[in-house]
Design a protein. Structure first.
Ligand SMILES: *Cc1c(COP(=O)(O)O)cnc(C)c1O
Length: 388
């Protein structure tokens, strides 16, 4: 292949920004110390870098640095939140509420807890992918210890109303966790205003390095207890042991600093490109947008296409554009997307769906090239289907 396909799969991961790499490089070689080495210069140097990064990330969500625990990413942060809360609060109750459209990194820890005797309610979503707030409130019982609702969906991009959910949780005295892997750096997040008790973050969806993320854990009003899931050297207040990965932490902070500095202009730019692509593709007959039309991530489009086979469609597009039909983590399996199924789609329609994830490096020429190719491929597949 002489030319690499256009990358429109930014919900799976994003390319690292070169400015992030530059910030990280000295921490691999020159400033290589262990931030926990308190007796010498090399340790202090690394500790200062981690402290500064922690401040940047804490400021980005309006919490204190004491409340930020570094993890290997959002999967680990979600596991720590769900299992750590279950283990710390089971004497209060063994009921947890989450949503059918959550990422597997929420659903699988919840299913695991079911084997330990916890009761999990998986809330349905409405046709637009948003949860019904009245239903959420009705589902809370005295045994409920945690509500976990994602900020932005990784397939259909819809933004759940975190502030309203936070109010309901506060009123009913239950803890509120959100998986913000897709939202961090793209929509404003404020743990105070949204009344969040726990928030999962990751760097690689926002032009930072893979393998680093964080969990916010509230320490005041109320102080949230969490049972560690990794035991060892006692780093991160004993909540998450393991030598801190200084270069990744520095890169994470740089990525979020860049994202927030450019958030308004970048969201506007991506939304314009997204709307352009969306308009061209939705003009084709039998193509439907999945999820709420406006309450969504600026770079997201998810469509279902009647009368074409999803696998054939991806095959026809793959030399031109890198896309996926569902989430990267589940697209290896042949099951239809659980998110699209939750919207009420048949298996068949869920299979013939495409997810577009635009990003910081997507430009208008690429968008026009992709939309032309998508239109051509759909039309030729439909023609072929008529012939046979
Ligand atoms: C990508 C993603 C995750 C997993 O994050 P990692 O940092 O790759 O572990 C979890 N939840 C959502 C919504 C995601 O998009």
């Amino acid at each position: 292949m002489s030319q690499r396909p256009i990358y429109l799969d930014c919900h799976a991961t994003t390319p690292m920004d070169k400015r992030v790499l530059e910030a990280m490089l000295p921490y691999f070689t020159e400033h290589f110390g262990n931030p926990s080495s308190i007796n010498h210069f090399y340790g202090w140097e690394a500790e200062v870098a981690v402290k500064k990064a922690r401040e940047t990330i804490a400021n980005a969500i309006n919490c204190s640095t004491e409340e930020m625990i570094f993890t290997s990413g959002a999967t680990e942060a979600n596991n720590l939140a769900i299992k750590g809360i279950a283990e710390a609060y089971f004497t209060k109750g063994k009921h947890i509420i989450t949503v059918k459209t959550e990422h597997r990194a929420i659903l699988d820890p919840c299913q695991y807890l079911e084997t330990l005797g916890f009761e999990i309610t998986y809330l349905p979503v409405q046709k637009d992918g948003l949860i019904d707030l009245e239903l959420l409130e009705k589902t809370i019982i005295p045994e409920t210890i945690l509500v976990s609702v994602m900020a932005a969906n990784n397939e259909i991009g819809v933004l759940q109303p975190l502030k309203e959910i936070g109010e309901i949780c506060q009123k009913n005295d239950v803890l509120f966790h959100s998986d913000a892997a897709q939202a961090f750096g793209k929509i404003p997040l404020d743990v105070q205003a949204m009344n969040l008790h726990l928030l999962s973050l990751t760097a690689h969806k926002v032009y930072g390095p893979k393998g680093i993320g964080a969990l916010y854990i509230r320490r005041r009003d109320p102080r949230v207890n969490i049972a560690p899931q990794l035991h060892g050297g006692g780093q991160e207040k004993g909540i998450r042991s393991g030598t801190l990965y200084t270069p990744q932490i520095v890169g994470f902070a740089k990525a979020i600093e860049l994202a927030l500095a450019e958030i308004k202009t970048e969201n506007k730019r991506q939304k314009e490109l997204r709307n352009r692509l969306q308009k061209q593709i939705l003009d084709i007959e039998g193509v439907h947008l999945n999820g709420h039309p406006t309450k969504r991530l600026p770079g997201n489009i998810n469509i279902s296409i009647e009368g074409v086979d999803g696998a054939a469609l991806l095959l026809g597009l793959q030399s031109i554009v890198a896309l996926s039909s569902g989430s990267a983590c589940t697209s290896k399996t042949t099951k239809p997307s659980h998110v699209l199924k939750a919207l009420g789609h048949s298996d068949k329609l869920a299979y013939s769906s495409l997810r577009f994830g635009l990003g910081r490096f997507t430009n208008i020429e690429e968008i026009d090239q992709v939309s032309q190719q998508v239109i051509n491929t759909i039309q030729s597949l439909r023609k072929a289907a008529i012939k046979t």
